[in-house]
Design a binder for this molecule. Structure first.
Ligand SMILES: [Zn+2]
Length: 317
């Protein structure tokens, strides 16, 4: 278990928020937690723990992965200070632990766009094709942190904090069917798919985040099989710069392609400095072979296009 020094950073904000937004809702959830074991005749530790959590309503203990995040913000989608939170070199996320009801595909549609650089901007999620009105469900057990309209592009968006340490984001929904603070299990309907926010055509934009940083969902989920690839996920801090930081990767790719083009340019000029005329060569053949033009060769060598080439003759390119 990891404890973060960053916890105190959020304490002031959280206290206020808790008083404001969770006091009212706590009655609702307490009721739910009491009803749950009776209704489900469930004796698993989840229920017992829920009851313990409900007794400490004023504590962050009632929120999933409280030890990891140390805050609970129902207004900001990305309130985390990753570097302060991720203090070790690696972290293991037990996707399906003993208490969990497993994993559910948010929607069974086809993947239409992957995590990666897209249209000159980072795409931190996976797009799943659906029709407006199709149901979207929670991937894992957890508690709804955000359920509102976001003007930044997500449109109607739900963010769920999971017991396993991840957060998932479901964007462009046409309808929200949950509210912040609500506890849910994997597979619970959270909203209806749609085309709200920055979206071209109905689809679900689905993100998986750890301490606020997006992962490639396809590292976690096999979208064809509709299941998680492994029960546990090991995340290395360096993955978040080497693998998942799309802006950083894009910048590296650009500088790489610049270096490559520089190299090839210089390679071309060093390779093309001189060429020896072979038997049967013509200016046209040499130009074609070296991806240049007859006039360029003539200009560089101070010769006319009618110049008769001798085998063994050196030409500048
Ligand atoms: Zn998307």
């Amino acid at each position: 278990m990891i404890l973060f020094a960053g916890t105190s950073l959020f304490a002031g904000i959280d206290d206020k928020k808790k008083k404001k937004s969770n006091k009212k809702k706590s009655h609702k959830t307490v009721k739910k937690a009491i009803v749950k074991p009776v209704k489900k005749d469930d004796t698993t530790t989840v229920v017992i723990r829920d009851d313990i959590f409900m007794d400490s309503v004023d504590s962050l203990l009632m929120f999933p992965s409280h030890d990891l995040y140390g805050n609970w913000d129902t207004s900001l989608i990305h309130p985390y200070l990753f570097d302060q939170h991720f203090t070790s070199d690696s972290s293991v996320v037990y996707l399906l632990d003993d208490w969990s009801c497993g994993f559910s595909m948010p929607n069974k549609g086809a993947v239409t766009s992957d995590f990666g650089w897209r249209r000159r901007r980072p795409h931190y999620g996976t797009d799943i094709d659906l029709e407006t009105g199709d149901t979207v469900v929670a991937a894992f057990d957890g508690r709804v942190r955000i359920a509102k309209f976001n003007t930044g592009g997500y449109g109607n968006v739900v963010v769920i904090r999971h017991n396993n340490g991840l957060e998932t984001v479901y964007a462009h929904l046409s309808k929200l069917l949950v509210e912040p603070g609500q506890e849910l299990t994997s597979g619970t309907t959270i909203g209806l798919g749609g085309n709200t926010g920055h979206s071209y055509g109905s689809h679900l934009h689905f993100e998986m985040r750890f301490l606020g940083r997006a992962l490639d969902t396809e590292d976690v989920v096999d979208f064809e099989k509709g299941e998680v690839k492994n029960a546990a996920l090991v995340l290395y801090k360096e993955d978040f710069t080497a693998k998942y930081d799309l802006r950083n990767l894009h910048a590296k790719n650009i500088s790489k392609s610049h270096t490559t083009s520089k190299q090839s340019a210089s390679g071309k000029s060093s390779k093309g400095k001189m060429v020896t005329v072979k038997t049967g060569d013509t200016l046209s053949k040499i130009a074609k072979r070296n991806k240049t033009t007859i006039s360029a060769i003539c200009k560089k060598n101070g010769i006319k296009q009618t110049k008769v080439l001798r085998p063994g003759m050196k030409l500048k390119l």
